[in-house]
Design a protein around this ligand. Structure first.
Ligand SMILES: Cc1ncc(COP(=O)(O)O)c(C=O)c1O
Length: 387
C-alpha cells in the first residue's frame, strides 16, 4: 500500500517550537517557547474586524488581497521607507508571512537552485526550501554577537544561487542587520543576479538606535527584492493569519499564481480589519517599541542575575542564550530540565540549526512577548535554577 509520507515530507520534522507549546501545557509550564502574546490585541484592530464581519464581508476576497489592504500596505511602505509599490500588481496578501515565504519560494525558485540562509534561522525556512525544491546553503552567524564577514558571502554566492533569505530583526538572535551588512549582501546579490527575500515581520520591534532597513531601499535592489511582512507581531494577532508580499510585477505574477492555488486567499473580514489598522500611524509603533523594551530589560536582567550570559537582542522579542553555567552539555536536556523541574518552556537552540551544525546544542531561546505578570512568575521560577 502506498501509505507513507512523501519523500519531501520525510526530509523534515514537526516544528519544535509548536511542539514546545504542547509540552508546556502537558507539564503546566509557563510558555516562553512559542512567540505569541498572552495579552489582548489592541481594541482598535478588534473593533475594525468586528465591523467588517457585521458589514457582511464574509466571502472570498480578491485572491491577491482586498483593494483596501493592498492600498494600505502600499501607503505604509511609501510613507515609512519611500518604497513605491503598485497595489494592483506588486502586492499580494497571504495567510501569514508563513504562506508568503513558501509562495515566494515556489513562485520564483527552480528545482536545485541554491538559496542562502543565515544560521541560526527561523525554523520554517528549512522545510520551505525542501518543499520548493531549492538547495539550502548556510552562512553561520557567529556567536556570541551573531556576525558574518564578507568571506562568508564569497564562499556561498555562485552562479547557481537564486536567492538569499534575510530575516531582520532576526529570530532567534535579535540581531538587526546593519546598513553596512545589507550593503555588502546587496553587492553580492547584484554581482551574482540573486534575489533578496526579506522576512521583516519584527520591523517595529527595535531596541537600539539601529533602524530597520529593508534591503529593497538600497540602490539597484528594489526589483530583485521580495519583501515579506505581516500583522501577527505588530498588532499581536498571530491567529489572524494575515501576511503580505511586496515584489516587482515580474516576480509577483509567479508568486500570485502559487498563492492562489495554495490558499485562494486570507480571511476576508480580517483583511479589512488589518487594512484600517495598517493606517494607525507612528505613535502606535513607538508605544509597541516601549512596551517590548520594558519586557526585554526585565528578562535580560533576570536571566543575567541567575547566571545566563546573554547578549542583548537589538530587535524582535527573543533572547537566545548559552547555558554553559548550569552544567548541561546539551540544549535538549537543559530544555527538559527547564520544563519539568523549573516550570518554564523554552525552545532548544538546535531547532534553529541544521542537524550537523557545530554550534547547534549551545543555546536555548526565551521569548518575552508576554504579560508582565507572566514574566514575573517565570522570573520567580528561574530562581530555582542552580549553577
Ligand atoms: C521570523 C518569523 N517569520 C515569520 C513568522 C510567522 O509569521 P506569520 O504569523 O505571519 O505567519 C514568525 C513567527 O514566529 C517569525 O518569527
Amino acid at each position: 500500500m502506498k501509505i507513507n509520507p512523501s519523500n519531501k515530507a520525510n526530509q523534515f520534522e514537526e516544528s519544535v517550537i509548536r511542539e514546545m507549546s504542547r509540552v508546556a501545557k502537558q507539564y503546566n509550564a509557563i510558555n516562553l517557547a512559542q512567540g505569541f502574546p498572552d495579552f489582548p490585541a489592541p481594541d482598535f484592530i478588534k473593533k475594525y474586524a468586528v465591523e467588517a464581519i457585521e458589514a457582511d464581508i464574509n466571502q472570498y476576497a480578491v485572491t491577491w488581497g482586498s483593494q483596501s489592504i493592498r492600498e494600505a500596505i502600499a501607503d505604509k511602505y511609501s510613507n515609512l521607507y519611500n518604497l513605491k509599490y503598485n497595489p494592483e500588481r506588486e502586492i499580494t496578501v497571504c495567510c501569514g508571512s508563513t504562506e508568503s515565504m513558501i509562495a515566494s519560494l515556489m513562485g520564483t525558485v527552480n528545482e536545485g537552485e541554491e538559496i542562502i540562509i543565515f544560521e541560526p534561522f527561523y525554523e520554517n525556512y528549512g522545510p520551505d526550501a525542501i518543499l520548493s525544491g531549492a538547495k539550502p546553503v548556510f552562512i553561520n552567524l557567529k556567536a556570541p554577537d551573531f556576525t558574518f564577514t564578507e568571506d562568508d558571502l564569497k564562499k556561498v554566492f555562485n552562479k547557481n544561487t537564486k536567492a538569499i533569505i534575510i530575516n531582520t530583526p532576526h529570530n532567534p538572535t535579535g540581531k538587526v542587520f546593519s546598513y553596512q551588512e545589507l550593503l555588502l549582501i546587496a553587492k553580492y546579490c547584484k554581482e551574482f543576479d540573486v534575489l533578496a527575500i526579506t522576512d521583516e515581520i519584527y520591523e517595529h520591534i527595535l531596541y537600539t538606535d539601529k533602524p530597520h532597513i529593508p534591503i529593497a531601499t538600497i540602490e539597484g535592489m528594489k526589483d530583485r527584492s521580495i519583501i515579506i511582512n505581516g500583522i501577527s507581531k505588530t498588532f499581536s494577532v498571530t491567529g489572524w493569519r494575515i501576511g503580505y508580499i511586496l515584489a516587482a510585477e515580474s516576480l509577483s505574477s509567479g508568486i500570485r499564481k502559487v498563492h492562489d492555488f495554495l490558499t485562494v486567499g486570507a480571511p476576508a473580514p480580517l483583511q479589512e480589519g488589518a487594512a484600517k489598522a495598517l493606517r494607525v500611524g507612528n505613535d502606535y509603533y513607538l508605544q509597541l517599541k516601549d512596551f517590548y523594551f520594558r519586557r526585554r530589560d526585565m528578562m535580560l536582567k533576570a536571566l543575567r542575575d541567575v547566571g545566563f550570559s546573554c547578549i542583548a537582542p537589538e530587535g524582535a522579542y527573543y533572547i537566545m542564550t548559552s547555558f554553559e553555567n548550569f552544567g548541561f552539555d546539551n540544549d535538549i536536556k537543559f530544555t527538559e530540565h527547564l520544563i519539568k523541574d523549573i516550570g518554564i518552556a523554552v525552545v532548544p537552540g538546535s531547532s534553529f540549526y541544521r542537524k550537523d551544525a557545530e554550534d547547534k546544542s549551545k543555546f536555548v531561546r526565551f521569548c518575552f512577548c508576554k504579560k508582565e505578570d507572566t514574566l514575573n512568575r517565570a522570573i520567580e521560577k528561574l530562581q530555582k535554577l542552580s549553577k
